[in-house]
Design a protein. Structure first.
Length: 318
């Protein structure tokens, strides 16, 4: 089953990353208040992101792009608010006709590893955005999609990612590991947007980037802000209160990992009782998540880093 067919609320790592995205938007203090932005993304049948954008952040101009006619019909049926516009289009069709006088938050949430076509779409939208627009891109970053009995990983990647966007001198070993492959894609995104903005006075500054498992695939995502040469990122992060935010990452050569372990409610409450902390005595927990001490510690510390964003799932009878 592909990740896109799994109910959004059951995809814990993605749910955590999405909550961090909403927290970032809530914190940002820009020339235009976030509530006055237009939000564009692939809403899926439940339009959950759009629901949260309106309910929690107050946005009233929301657009969902959906190419699948069945999913589109479900969107119209499940439409939670009248301020959401659902379009039965591909991303490429939407970008071709894109015009907006408002500032925009655009999330291109890709699932298929068709990076060449997707980077072309990123290039196209980047040429149409303006200062203080926000762009988020999510890619399939599973190294296993490059495996083939006939070709090595570098040949397959070259076929999937066009030469003008590919990082130079790719180490084939970086295409084989879950830790390093997202960094290759992150650099490809940077190359694409840099090319789109060449000769302009705009720059795309990343604010956060993550990798995480979503069902059977690893995904990577980056969220950034378009700024003109005269804009000062330090003053924006200072005024927004995110200069020391633990998830702020404006580098192109590092990416944070979200890997939430499967825990019972009792286990979660036991760890939560020690939070917030960056150090923990594993012997005090009363249970083990792995026979290897280092792996056990890594799982617990990753949970502690993101525990505020992890949803609780309960069975209910309606």
């Amino acid at each position: 089953m592909s990740a896109e067919n799994i109910p959004y609320h059951l995809r814990t790592n993605k749910a955590v990353e999405r909550q961090i995205f909403f927290e970032l938007l809530a914190k940002l203090k820009l020339e235009t208040p976030i509530r006055d932005y237009q939000y564009v993304s692939l809403g899926g049948p439940m339009l959950e992101d759009h629901n949260i954008m309106h309910s929690q952040l107050g946005l009233e101009d929301l657009v969902s792009i959906e190419k699948n006619s069945s999913t589109y019909s479900r969107q119209l049926f499940n439409l939670p608010f009248n301020c959401i516009t659902c379009l039965n289009q591909t991303i490429s069709e939407y970008i071709d006709s894109f015009e907006s006088e408002k500032n925009n938050i655009i999330w291109l949430d890709y699932t298929a590893p068709s990076w060449g076509d997707q980077l072309n779409e990123i290039y196209s939208i980047a040429t149409k955005l303006k200062p203080f627009d926000i762009l988020k891109v999510t890619f399939n970053a599973s190294p296993r999609v490059l495996k083939s009995p006939k070709n090595d990983e570098s040949e397959i990647f070259k076929n999937k990612c066009y030469v003008k966007y590919r990082p130079n001198n790719i180490n084939i070993n970086n295409l084989k590991t879950e830790k390093n492959f997202p960094l290759v894609l992150l650099q490809a995104i940077k190359n694409t947007i840099d090319d789109a903005l060449a000769g302009d006075d705009l720059e795309f500054i990343p604010l956060s980037s993550f990798r995480y498992k979503d069902a059977t695939h690893q995904m990577m995502t980056v969220t950034g802000l378009f700024l003109s040469d005269s804009d000062d990122l330090d003053s924006i992060t200072e005024e927004s209160g995110i200069k020391n935010w633990e998830h702020l990452n404006s580098r192109w050569d590092s990416i944070n990992n979200i890997d939430i372990p499967d825990l019972t409610i009792k286990e979660r409450l036991q760890i939560n009782n020690k939070a917030p902390t960056k150090e923990i005595n594993l012997d005090d927990l009363g249970f083990s998540l792995d026979s290897r001490h280092e792996a056990f510690e890594e799982k617990v510390l990753n949970y502690l880093k993101y525990y505020r964003y992890i949803p609780f799932f309960n069975r209910s009878l309606i």
